[in-house]
Design a protein around this ligand. Structure first.
Ligand SMILES: [Zn+2]
Length: 83
C-alpha cells in the first residue's frame, strides 16, 4: 500500500543498516540515505575523517559542535549535503 500523495520506498540506513521509509523523490536526488539525523552526522563525520585536534585545547569539542549543527538541519534537506 503506497500513499497516493507521495511515493515511498523502504531503504536501509547507510550508518546503522536499519530499514526506514524514504520518499522516492528524495532518493532520486541522492537524499534520504539515513534513518535519522544522528546517523547522518555519524556517517559524515566518518567520511570527512575529521576527528578533531589532538592538542591540549580540551575546552573545544568539534565533534559536539558538529552534532549540534547536524541536529539543526533536516536530514533530507539540500542544506544537509552542502560541503
Ligand atoms: Zn541509522
Amino acid at each position: 500500500m503506497t500513499p497516493a500523495r507521495a511515493k515511498a520506498v523502504v531503504v536501509k540506513c547507510k550508518t546503522c543498516g536499519l530499514p526506514f521509509t524514504a520518499r522516492v523523490a528524495d532518493r532520486k536526488r541522492g537524499w534520504a540515505r539515513f534513518c535519522s539525523k544522528s546517523c547522518k552526522a555519524i556517517k559524515q563525520t566518518q567520511r570527512t575523517g575529521y576527528a578533531g585536534p589532538r592538542d591540549d585545547c580540551s575546552s573545544y569539542s568539534p565533534r559536539e559542535d558538529w552534532a549540534r549543527y547536524a541536529a539543526t538541519i533536516h536530514p533530507f534537506s539540500p542544506e544537509a549535503f552542502e560541503p
